[in-house]
Design a protein around this ligand. Sequence first.
Ligand code: 4AD
Ligand code: MG
Length: 465
Amino acid sequence: MQRTVIVDALQRTDYGQKINVRGWVRSRRGNKNVNFIALNDGSTIKNMQIVADLEKFDDELLRQITTGSCISATGTLVESMGKGQTVEIQADEIEVYGTADPESYPLQKKGHSLEYLREIAHLRPRTNTFGAVLRLRHNMAMAIHTYFHEHGYFYFHAPLITASDCEGAGQMFQVTTMNLYDLKKNDEGKIDYSRDFFGRQTSLTVSGQLEGELAATALGKIYTFGPTFRAENSNTPRHLAEFWMIEPEIAFIQLDELMDLEEDFIKYCIRWALEKCIDDLQFLNDMFDKSLIDRLRSVVDTDFVRLPYTEGIRILEQAVAQGRKFEFPVYWGADLASEHERFLVEEHFKRPVIMTDYPKEIKAFYMKLNADGKTVQGTDVLFPQIGEIIGGSVREESLKKLLDEMAARQMSTRDMEWYIDTRRFGSAPHAGFGLGFERLMLFVTGMQNIRDVIPFPRTPGNAEF
Ligand code: 4AD
Ligand code: MG
């Protein structure tokens, strides 16, 4: 008989019909007449209740139906008398696909700690929590593609292997096929990358932006959505060595339009979660964070603050003067730490903040210089609980200013000529940003640790599974 997914089966009211469901057993309880099996197939956080009359099933079969085992159950769809569900299945036939020995199945009891579940990341999708997170993750990806598609953007695929270092941060993972036990060096004692696979030194990308700019200055509006890699040794609840980034890049827009886009886009994603994932959000809300749904609703309904960096520093200095203590110093020119960002967002404004016009020294070389010659048109979107969720900017479109800035930073233009060509030929005003997908996931799920919103987290010292 054809399988019905549980999310659909739970909607049905055609009682008396035959139905088949398949999934993993969450629990089995019962008395001497009847057993109740809670079955979950991943299509929804909700379980289907299978009622097994002991007269119809022998003990040997029922003993195999333990938490974690996989079964197929066929029977009659009936209205449920029990509380917690509207329909259930009176089973006629049960087939056990795979047993799960209760002595060794690692997800035996309910309420394992998130830390423990990280150690068994290969099994944690079987839990309610990770089922909810993974369904939300899928939905956020669909929201992102839908938003851009409906607004006339083209999905552009930036390469993952690159010979350039976009952010100039020197935090890249090298890609090589050279035998590390037998490295050939040239006469100057340097590694001879001409013998390497690509004939030069290559790494995994930290951002698709530079390639995205090439596409935007041809197709008008593009976005990338792919994995990025950073070998920064940041063991924090908000950093991953492998994370996914969404990077739209748009020709012919200015700073205020960029900020409008950032705000509209992020609200669209959150609204999508509230509209399409409310069962999973309700579960996470009840389980971990009682203010989650309220927080999501409030962000959708409030205007984000738009705050020049200089004004932000003034507010922070005022707070310090009034006795507020921060670990890191506050002064004009300082790169804000997450404690500063969170003070502005959570305590001072109590809503998301888009900070703009940063000192050029603390931002990347490609950001557009303001008329003051000191600040650049960068925009960071700062969120409650998260801190920076988006980093973006208007790009410097002047060839001369771009080259001057690269020279001032002693950046070699040798490997960047292809990028500089965008300014040489038909240069266009343009802007874009990068949203960290897992930072968005942190906000939407209310999870506290970024390791719990990606299936297999890669962090310093950990690349398991
Ligand atoms: O601010 P970032 O470094 O900006 C860029 O990479 C630009 N090229 C984006 C652009 O303008 N196209 O990174 C963008 C976002 C951050 O705001 C943060 O959300 C996320 O990427 N991010 C990380 N997320 C998880 N783990 C890390 N190690 C991250 N580093 C950045
Ligand atoms: Mg940034």
